[in-house]
Design a protein around this ligand. Sequence first.
Ligand code: NDP
Ligand code: GDR
Length: 383
Amino acid sequence: MDTNKTKIALITGVTGQDGAYLAEFLLKKGYVVHGLKRRSSLFNTDRIDHLYQDPHANKRNFILHHGDLTDSSNLIRVIQETQPDEIYNLAAQSHVKVSFDTPEYTANADGVGALRILDAVRLLGLTKKTKVYQASTSELYGLVQEVPQSEMTPFYPRSPYAVAKLYGYWITVNYREAYDMFACNGILFNHESPVRGETFVTRKITRAVAKIALGLQNKLFLGNLSAQRDWGHAKDYVEAMWLILQQEQPEDYVIATGITTTVRDFVRMAFAEVGIEIEFSGKDVMEKGVVIDRDEEILNRLKIPIEHVKLGQTVVKVDPQYFRPTEVDLLVGDPTKAKNKLGWIPKYTLPMLVKEMVDSDLQLMRKEEYLRKGGFTILNYFE
Ligand code: NDP
Ligand code: GDR
Protein backbone atom coordinates (compact mmCIF):
# COMPACT_ATOMS: atom_id res chain seq x y z
CA MET A 1 0.00 0.00 0.00
CA ASP A 2 1.22 3.53 -0.81
CA THR A 3 1.57 5.08 2.67
CA ASN A 4 1.98 8.62 1.26
CA LYS A 5 -1.49 8.58 -0.27
CA THR A 6 -3.86 11.17 1.22
CA LYS A 7 -6.20 9.39 3.59
CA ILE A 8 -9.95 9.81 3.35
CA ALA A 9 -12.16 9.79 6.44
CA LEU A 10 -15.94 9.81 6.76
CA ILE A 11 -17.35 11.09 10.05
CA THR A 12 -21.00 10.49 10.88
CA GLY A 13 -22.26 12.96 13.51
CA VAL A 14 -19.80 15.58 12.28
CA THR A 15 -21.97 18.42 13.64
CA GLY A 16 -21.77 17.03 17.20
CA GLN A 17 -19.19 17.74 19.89
CA ASP A 18 -16.85 14.85 19.01
CA GLY A 19 -17.43 15.15 15.27
CA ALA A 20 -16.22 18.74 15.33
CA TYR A 21 -13.07 18.01 17.35
CA LEU A 22 -12.31 14.92 15.26
CA ALA A 23 -12.77 16.75 11.95
CA GLU A 24 -10.34 19.44 13.09
CA PHE A 25 -7.87 16.80 14.30
CA LEU A 26 -7.95 14.79 11.05
CA LEU A 27 -7.70 17.89 8.84
CA LYS A 28 -4.55 18.86 10.74
CA LYS A 29 -3.19 15.38 9.99
CA GLY A 30 -3.71 15.97 6.26
CA TYR A 31 -6.84 13.86 5.75
CA VAL A 32 -9.61 14.65 3.33
CA VAL A 33 -12.61 14.67 5.67
CA HIS A 34 -16.18 13.92 4.60
CA GLY A 35 -18.91 14.58 7.14
CA LEU A 36 -22.46 13.29 7.30
CA LYS A 37 -24.93 15.86 8.57
CA ARG A 38 -28.67 15.77 9.04
CA ARG A 39 -30.97 18.13 7.27
CA SER A 40 -32.55 20.47 9.81
CA SER A 41 -34.89 23.44 9.54
CA LEU A 42 -32.25 25.70 11.13
CA PHE A 43 -28.49 25.78 10.60
CA ASN A 44 -26.92 22.99 12.67
CA THR A 45 -23.27 23.50 11.77
CA ASP A 46 -22.21 25.95 14.54
CA ARG A 47 -19.47 23.67 15.79
CA ILE A 48 -17.86 23.19 12.38
CA ASP A 49 -18.44 26.59 10.77
CA HIS A 50 -14.76 27.46 11.30
CA LEU A 51 -13.84 24.49 9.08
CA TYR A 52 -16.37 25.26 6.34
CA GLN A 53 -15.05 25.54 2.79
CA ASP A 54 -16.85 27.20 -0.10
CA PRO A 55 -18.43 24.45 -2.27
CA HIS A 56 -17.36 26.47 -5.32
CA ALA A 57 -13.67 26.26 -4.41
CA ASN A 58 -11.58 24.09 -6.74
CA LYS A 59 -10.00 21.92 -4.11
CA ARG A 60 -11.66 21.07 -0.83
CA ASN A 61 -10.57 18.78 1.98
CA PHE A 62 -13.68 19.16 4.14
CA ILE A 63 -16.92 18.13 2.43
CA LEU A 64 -20.37 17.73 3.97
CA HIS A 65 -23.07 15.30 2.78
CA HIS A 66 -26.67 15.13 3.88
CA GLY A 67 -27.54 11.85 5.49
CA ASP A 68 -29.11 9.94 8.32
CA LEU A 69 -28.20 6.77 10.15
CA THR A 70 -31.76 5.51 9.72
CA ASP A 71 -31.45 5.55 5.90
CA SER A 72 -29.46 2.62 4.45
CA SER A 73 -29.56 3.63 0.79
CA ASN A 74 -28.25 7.06 1.67
CA LEU A 75 -25.39 5.58 3.71
CA ILE A 76 -24.48 3.14 0.93
CA ARG A 77 -24.40 5.99 -1.60
CA VAL A 78 -22.26 8.29 0.56
CA ILE A 79 -19.78 5.51 1.36
CA GLN A 80 -19.62 4.49 -2.30
CA GLU A 81 -19.01 8.06 -3.41
CA THR A 82 -16.41 8.87 -0.78
CA GLN A 83 -14.54 5.50 -0.67
CA PRO A 84 -13.23 6.20 2.84
CA ASP A 85 -10.15 4.60 4.37
CA GLU A 86 -11.63 5.22 7.80
CA ILE A 87 -15.22 5.66 8.98
CA TYR A 88 -15.87 7.14 12.41
CA ASN A 89 -19.47 6.32 13.35
CA LEU A 90 -20.21 9.04 15.90
CA ALA A 91 -23.81 9.85 14.95
CA ALA A 92 -26.35 8.99 17.61
CA GLN A 93 -29.29 10.15 19.66
CA SER A 94 -26.79 10.56 22.48
CA HIS A 95 -28.92 11.78 25.41
CA VAL A 96 -29.56 9.05 27.97
CA LYS A 97 -32.64 10.70 29.56
CA VAL A 98 -34.17 11.47 26.14
CA SER A 99 -33.75 7.80 25.15
CA PHE A 100 -36.45 6.88 27.69
CA ASP A 101 -38.84 9.15 25.74
CA THR A 102 -37.71 8.01 22.27
CA PRO A 103 -36.62 4.38 22.79
CA GLU A 104 -37.55 3.08 19.34
CA TYR A 105 -35.88 5.91 17.45
CA THR A 106 -32.80 5.58 19.67
CA ALA A 107 -32.62 1.83 18.91
CA ASN A 108 -32.93 2.55 15.20
CA ALA A 109 -30.29 5.29 15.02
CA ASP A 110 -27.82 4.10 17.67
CA GLY A 111 -28.17 0.32 17.34
CA VAL A 112 -29.28 -0.55 13.82
CA GLY A 113 -27.45 2.57 12.55
CA ALA A 114 -24.13 0.91 13.43
CA LEU A 115 -25.21 -2.20 11.50
CA ARG A 116 -26.15 -0.09 8.46
CA ILE A 117 -22.63 1.38 8.33
CA LEU A 118 -20.90 -1.99 8.72
CA ASP A 119 -23.16 -3.69 6.20
CA ALA A 120 -22.71 -0.88 3.67
CA VAL A 121 -18.94 -1.45 3.86
CA ARG A 122 -19.47 -5.17 3.35
CA LEU A 123 -21.97 -4.81 0.48
CA LEU A 124 -19.69 -2.36 -1.32
CA GLY A 125 -16.78 -4.81 -1.12
CA LEU A 126 -14.73 -2.44 1.02
CA THR A 127 -13.97 -4.76 3.94
CA LYS A 128 -10.25 -4.82 3.14
CA LYS A 129 -10.01 -1.07 2.56
CA THR A 130 -12.28 0.67 5.05
CA LYS A 131 -11.66 0.64 8.81
CA VAL A 132 -14.65 1.38 11.06
CA TYR A 133 -14.64 3.05 14.47
CA GLN A 134 -17.82 2.56 16.53
CA ALA A 135 -18.59 5.12 19.26
CA SER A 136 -19.28 2.78 22.16
CA THR A 137 -19.81 4.05 25.66
CA SER A 138 -19.24 3.54 29.38
CA GLU A 139 -23.06 3.49 29.66
CA LEU A 140 -22.73 -0.18 28.61
CA TYR A 141 -21.47 -0.93 32.16
CA GLY A 142 -24.64 0.53 33.70
CA LEU A 143 -25.43 -1.19 36.97
CA VAL A 144 -22.09 -1.51 38.74
CA GLN A 145 -20.52 -4.97 38.38
CA GLU A 146 -16.95 -3.95 39.29
CA VAL A 147 -14.74 -0.86 39.52
CA PRO A 148 -12.75 0.38 37.79
CA GLN A 149 -14.41 -0.75 34.57
CA SER A 150 -12.12 -2.29 31.94
CA GLU A 151 -12.47 -4.11 28.60
CA MET A 152 -13.16 -7.29 30.63
CA THR A 153 -15.97 -5.90 32.83
CA PRO A 154 -19.42 -7.39 32.08
CA PHE A 155 -22.06 -5.06 30.65
CA TYR A 156 -25.41 -4.27 32.32
CA PRO A 157 -27.05 -1.42 30.34
CA ARG A 158 -29.57 0.74 32.20
CA SER A 159 -31.32 2.83 29.50
CA PRO A 160 -32.75 2.41 25.99
CA TYR A 161 -29.67 4.38 24.86
CA ALA A 162 -27.28 1.93 26.49
CA VAL A 163 -29.20 -1.10 25.21
CA ALA A 164 -29.07 0.31 21.65
CA LYS A 165 -25.33 0.95 22.06
CA LEU A 166 -24.92 -2.64 23.31
CA TYR A 167 -26.20 -3.82 19.94
CA GLY A 168 -23.81 -1.40 18.22
CA TYR A 169 -20.94 -2.81 20.28
CA TRP A 170 -21.64 -6.47 19.54
CA ILE A 171 -22.48 -6.03 15.86
CA THR A 172 -19.09 -4.34 15.47
CA VAL A 173 -17.37 -7.30 17.15
CA ASN A 174 -19.43 -9.70 15.04
CA TYR A 175 -18.57 -8.05 11.70
CA ARG A 176 -14.91 -8.02 12.71
CA GLU A 177 -14.99 -11.76 13.39
CA ALA A 178 -17.39 -12.81 10.60
CA TYR A 179 -15.96 -10.75 7.72
CA ASP A 180 -12.42 -10.08 8.95
CA MET A 181 -13.12 -6.36 9.00
CA PHE A 182 -10.98 -3.77 10.75
CA ALA A 183 -13.84 -2.67 13.01
CA CYS A 184 -13.25 -1.43 16.56
CA ASN A 185 -15.14 -0.14 19.56
CA GLY A 186 -13.85 2.76 21.60
CA ILE A 187 -15.59 2.41 24.98
CA LEU A 188 -15.38 6.07 25.87
CA PHE A 189 -16.24 7.42 29.30
CA ASN A 190 -17.89 10.85 29.57
CA HIS A 191 -15.97 13.59 27.81
CA GLU A 192 -16.86 17.23 27.71
CA SER A 193 -15.71 20.58 26.31
CA PRO A 194 -16.89 24.15 25.80
CA VAL A 195 -18.99 22.87 22.86
CA ARG A 196 -20.66 20.07 24.82
CA GLY A 197 -24.44 19.97 24.19
CA GLU A 198 -26.21 22.35 26.57
CA THR A 199 -28.44 19.67 28.14
CA PHE A 200 -25.63 17.39 29.35
CA VAL A 201 -24.95 18.00 33.02
CA THR A 202 -21.47 19.56 32.82
CA ARG A 203 -22.41 22.17 30.23
CA LYS A 204 -25.75 22.82 31.92
CA ILE A 205 -23.78 23.59 35.09
CA THR A 206 -21.07 25.80 33.51
CA ARG A 207 -23.65 27.81 31.53
CA ALA A 208 -25.75 28.35 34.66
CA VAL A 209 -22.70 29.32 36.73
CA ALA A 210 -21.80 31.97 34.15
CA LYS A 211 -25.38 33.26 34.00
CA ILE A 212 -25.76 33.36 37.79
CA ALA A 213 -22.43 35.20 38.17
CA LEU A 214 -23.50 37.80 35.63
CA GLY A 215 -26.93 38.25 37.21
CA LEU A 216 -28.78 36.74 34.23
CA GLN A 217 -30.25 33.76 36.16
CA ASN A 218 -30.98 32.98 39.85
CA LYS A 219 -30.99 29.23 40.21
CA LEU A 220 -29.82 26.00 38.66
CA PHE A 221 -32.17 23.00 38.83
CA LEU A 222 -30.52 19.58 38.63
CA GLY A 223 -31.38 15.90 39.08
CA ASN A 224 -29.23 13.27 40.81
CA LEU A 225 -26.28 15.10 42.42
CA SER A 226 -24.72 11.89 43.76
CA ALA A 227 -24.04 10.29 40.37
CA GLN A 228 -20.31 9.77 39.82
CA ARG A 229 -18.71 10.17 36.43
CA ASP A 230 -15.21 9.80 34.97
CA TRP A 231 -15.00 13.08 33.04
CA GLY A 232 -12.31 13.83 30.44
CA HIS A 233 -11.85 16.37 27.62
CA ALA A 234 -13.23 15.64 24.13
CA LYS A 235 -9.99 16.89 22.55
CA ASP A 236 -8.00 14.08 24.22
CA TYR A 237 -10.67 11.50 23.38
CA VAL A 238 -10.83 12.10 19.63
CA GLU A 239 -7.08 11.47 19.46
CA ALA A 240 -7.74 8.06 21.05
CA MET A 241 -10.37 7.31 18.35
CA TRP A 242 -7.77 7.91 15.67
CA LEU A 243 -5.07 5.90 17.46
CA ILE A 244 -7.47 2.92 17.71
CA LEU A 245 -7.70 2.79 13.90
CA GLN A 246 -3.93 3.13 13.38
CA GLN A 247 -3.04 -0.16 15.13
CA GLU A 248 -1.91 -3.38 13.46
CA GLN A 249 -4.86 -5.33 14.88
CA PRO A 250 -8.49 -4.25 15.30
CA GLU A 251 -9.35 -4.27 19.01
CA ASP A 252 -11.65 -2.59 21.51
CA TYR A 253 -10.37 -0.05 24.05
CA VAL A 254 -11.58 1.70 27.19
CA ILE A 255 -10.81 5.43 27.08
CA ALA A 256 -11.08 7.13 30.48
CA THR A 257 -9.12 9.16 33.02
CA GLY A 258 -9.43 6.69 35.91
CA ILE A 259 -10.76 9.41 38.24
CA THR A 260 -14.40 9.75 39.24
CA THR A 261 -16.23 12.78 40.65
CA THR A 262 -19.80 13.40 41.82
CA VAL A 263 -22.08 15.83 40.02
CA ARG A 264 -22.20 17.70 43.35
CA ASP A 265 -18.42 18.21 43.33
CA PHE A 266 -18.47 19.29 39.68
CA VAL A 267 -21.00 21.98 40.70
CA ARG A 268 -18.75 23.14 43.57
CA MET A 269 -15.71 23.29 41.27
CA ALA A 270 -17.58 25.28 38.61
CA PHE A 271 -18.88 27.88 41.10
CA ALA A 272 -15.39 28.15 42.64
CA GLU A 273 -14.04 29.22 39.23
CA VAL A 274 -16.06 32.45 39.52
CA GLY A 275 -15.18 32.99 43.19
CA ILE A 276 -18.40 31.58 44.65
CA GLU A 277 -18.19 28.96 47.39
CA ILE A 278 -21.31 26.88 47.94
CA GLU A 279 -22.34 24.33 50.53
CA PHE A 280 -24.93 21.59 50.06
CA SER A 281 -27.49 20.67 52.71
CA GLY A 282 -30.65 18.58 52.83
CA LYS A 283 -31.29 15.22 51.19
CA ASP A 284 -32.78 14.02 47.87
CA VAL A 285 -35.34 16.50 46.52
CA MET A 286 -34.77 18.77 49.54
CA GLU A 287 -31.06 19.09 48.77
CA LYS A 288 -29.89 22.58 47.88
CA GLY A 289 -26.67 24.50 47.30
CA VAL A 290 -26.26 27.78 49.17
CA VAL A 291 -23.60 30.51 48.81
CA ILE A 292 -21.39 30.52 51.91
CA ASP A 293 -18.46 32.66 50.75
CA ARG A 294 -17.24 34.82 47.89
CA ASP A 295 -13.64 35.34 46.78
CA GLU A 296 -13.40 39.05 46.05
CA GLU A 297 -10.04 38.74 44.31
CA ILE A 298 -11.51 36.32 41.74
CA LEU A 299 -14.74 38.34 41.37
CA ASN A 300 -12.71 41.52 40.76
CA ARG A 301 -10.42 39.82 38.29
CA LEU A 302 -13.42 38.53 36.31
CA LYS A 303 -15.26 41.87 36.68
CA ILE A 304 -18.24 40.18 38.34
CA PRO A 305 -20.18 42.58 40.63
CA ILE A 306 -20.26 41.10 44.17
CA GLU A 307 -23.94 42.02 44.59
CA HIS A 308 -24.91 39.53 41.88
CA VAL A 309 -24.58 36.68 44.36
CA LYS A 310 -25.64 37.15 47.96
CA LEU A 311 -24.42 35.18 50.96
CA GLY A 312 -27.10 32.66 51.93
CA GLN A 313 -28.63 32.69 48.42
CA THR A 314 -29.83 29.29 47.15
CA VAL A 315 -28.23 28.78 43.76
CA VAL A 316 -28.82 25.03 43.24
CA LYS A 317 -32.00 23.03 43.77
CA VAL A 318 -32.95 19.44 42.98
CA ASP A 319 -35.83 18.90 40.57
CA PRO A 320 -37.04 15.28 40.25
CA GLN A 321 -37.99 15.81 36.59
CA TYR A 322 -34.28 15.29 35.83
CA PHE A 323 -34.13 11.89 37.58
CA ARG A 324 -33.91 8.85 35.30
CA PRO A 325 -36.15 5.78 35.65
CA THR A 326 -32.96 3.72 36.02
CA GLU A 327 -29.71 5.50 36.85
CA VAL A 328 -26.03 4.67 36.36
CA ASP A 329 -24.57 5.50 39.77
CA LEU A 330 -20.83 5.08 39.37
CA LEU A 331 -18.50 5.11 36.40
CA VAL A 332 -14.73 4.98 36.64
CA GLY A 333 -12.67 3.57 33.81
CA ASP A 334 -9.41 1.68 33.71
CA PRO A 335 -7.47 3.05 30.72
CA THR A 336 -4.42 0.78 31.21
CA LYS A 337 -4.80 -1.00 27.84
CA ALA A 338 -5.11 2.32 25.96
CA LYS A 339 -2.07 3.71 27.76
CA ASN A 340 0.08 0.62 27.11
CA LYS A 341 -1.01 -0.28 23.56
CA LEU A 342 -1.98 3.08 22.06
CA GLY A 343 0.43 5.22 24.09
CA TRP A 344 -2.61 7.40 24.83
CA ILE A 345 -2.09 9.93 27.63
CA PRO A 346 -4.77 12.58 28.24
CA LYS A 347 -3.43 16.12 28.45
CA TYR A 348 -6.36 17.64 30.33
CA THR A 349 -7.21 17.23 34.02
CA LEU A 350 -10.72 17.80 35.39
CA PRO A 351 -9.81 21.20 36.94
CA MET A 352 -8.42 22.31 33.53
CA LEU A 353 -11.64 21.15 31.82
CA VAL A 354 -13.91 22.92 34.33
CA LYS A 355 -11.91 26.13 34.00
CA GLU A 356 -12.01 26.05 30.20
CA MET A 357 -15.77 25.42 30.16
CA VAL A 358 -16.61 28.13 32.72
CA ASP A 359 -14.32 30.68 31.01
CA SER A 360 -15.92 29.95 27.66
CA ASP A 361 -19.48 30.21 29.01
CA LEU A 362 -18.63 33.46 30.82
CA GLN A 363 -17.48 34.90 27.50
CA LEU A 364 -20.65 33.68 25.78
CA MET A 365 -22.95 35.05 28.48
CA ARG A 366 -21.16 38.40 28.54
CA LYS A 367 -22.27 38.78 24.94
CA GLU A 368 -25.87 38.22 26.07
CA GLU A 369 -25.41 40.67 28.97
CA TYR A 370 -23.97 43.27 26.60
CA LEU A 371 -26.91 42.92 24.19
CA ARG A 372 -29.45 43.13 27.02
CA LYS A 373 -27.76 46.25 28.42
CA GLY A 374 -27.73 47.76 24.94
CA GLY A 375 -31.49 47.31 24.75
CA PHE A 376 -31.38 44.56 22.16
CA THR A 377 -34.03 41.90 22.67
CA ILE A 378 -34.91 38.80 20.69
CA LEU A 379 -36.98 39.74 17.64
CA ASN A 380 -40.48 38.28 17.76
CA TYR A 381 -42.02 37.70 14.34
CA PHE A 382 -45.10 35.95 15.65
CA GLU A 383 -47.06 38.52 17.64
P1 NDP B 1 -23.57 14.80 20.17
O1 NDP B 1 -24.95 14.58 20.66
O2 NDP B 1 -22.88 16.09 20.46
O3 NDP B 1 -23.53 14.58 18.58
C1 NDP B 1 -24.30 13.58 17.97
C2 NDP B 1 -24.22 13.75 16.48
O4 NDP B 1 -25.02 12.75 15.85
C3 NDP B 1 -24.76 15.10 15.97
O5 NDP B 1 -24.00 15.49 14.86
C4 NDP B 1 -26.17 14.76 15.53
O6 NDP B 1 -26.68 15.64 14.57
C5 NDP B 1 -25.92 13.39 14.92
N1 NDP B 1 -27.10 12.55 14.78
C6 NDP B 1 -28.04 12.26 15.70
N2 NDP B 1 -28.96 11.41 15.20
C7 NDP B 1 -28.58 11.18 13.91
C8 NDP B 1 -29.12 10.40 12.86
N3 NDP B 1 -30.23 9.69 13.01
N4 NDP B 1 -28.47 10.38 11.67
C9 NDP B 1 -27.36 11.11 11.48
N5 NDP B 1 -26.81 11.88 12.44
C10 NDP B 1 -27.41 11.90 13.64
O7 NDP B 1 -22.71 13.58 20.73
P2 NDP B 1 -21.14 13.52 21.09
O8 NDP B 1 -20.37 14.22 20.05
O9 NDP B 1 -20.96 13.87 22.52
O10 NDP B 1 -20.87 11.95 21.00
C11 NDP B 1 -20.46 11.33 19.78
C12 NDP B 1 -20.76 9.85 19.85
O11 NDP B 1 -20.08 9.24 20.93
C13 NDP B 1 -22.24 9.49 20.07
O12 NDP B 1 -22.49 8.31 19.35
C14 NDP B 1 -22.34 9.24 21.56
O13 NDP B 1 -23.41 8.37 21.84
C15 NDP B 1 -20.99 8.61 21.82
N6 NDP B 1 -20.42 8.79 23.15
C16 NDP B 1 -20.29 10.06 23.66
C17 NDP B 1 -19.67 10.24 24.88
C18 NDP B 1 -19.52 11.61 25.48
O14 NDP B 1 -19.24 11.67 26.70
N7 NDP B 1 -19.62 12.69 24.73
C19 NDP B 1 -19.11 9.08 25.62
C20 NDP B 1 -19.26 7.83 24.94
C21 NDP B 1 -19.89 7.69 23.75
P3 NDP B 1 -27.36 17.06 14.97
O15 NDP B 1 -26.19 17.99 15.23
O16 NDP B 1 -28.15 17.39 13.77
O17 NDP B 1 -28.17 16.80 16.21
P1 GDR C 1 -24.61 10.72 30.77
O1 GDR C 1 -24.41 12.31 30.77
O2 GDR C 1 -25.99 10.33 31.06
O3 GDR C 1 -23.55 10.16 31.66
O4 GDR C 1 -24.33 10.37 29.25
P2 GDR C 1 -25.25 13.48 31.42
O5 GDR C 1 -24.32 14.64 31.47
O6 GDR C 1 -26.55 13.66 30.76
O7 GDR C 1 -25.52 12.95 32.91
C1 GDR C 1 -24.46 12.67 33.82
C2 GDR C 1 -25.05 12.41 35.20
O8 GDR C 1 -25.56 13.63 35.73
C3 GDR C 1 -26.82 13.39 36.32
N1 GDR C 1 -27.60 14.64 36.33
C4 GDR C 1 -28.07 15.30 35.26
N2 GDR C 1 -27.93 15.06 33.94
C5 GDR C 1 -28.49 15.93 33.07
N3 GDR C 1 -28.33 15.74 31.75
N4 GDR C 1 -29.21 17.01 33.47
C6 GDR C 1 -29.39 17.29 34.80
O9 GDR C 1 -30.04 18.26 35.17
C7 GDR C 1 -28.77 16.39 35.74
N5 GDR C 1 -28.71 16.37 37.09
C8 GDR C 1 -27.99 15.32 37.43
C9 GDR C 1 -27.44 12.30 35.45
O10 GDR C 1 -28.51 11.66 36.13
C10 GDR C 1 -26.22 11.41 35.22
O11 GDR C 1 -26.06 10.53 36.29
C11 GDR C 1 -23.26 10.98 28.53
C12 GDR C 1 -23.70 11.07 27.06
O12 GDR C 1 -22.73 11.84 26.37
C13 GDR C 1 -23.77 9.69 26.44
O13 GDR C 1 -23.99 9.83 25.03
C14 GDR C 1 -22.46 8.96 26.68
O14 GDR C 1 -22.53 7.66 26.15
C15 GDR C 1 -22.15 8.91 28.16
O15 GDR C 1 -22.08 10.23 28.66
C16 GDR C 1 -20.82 8.23 28.45
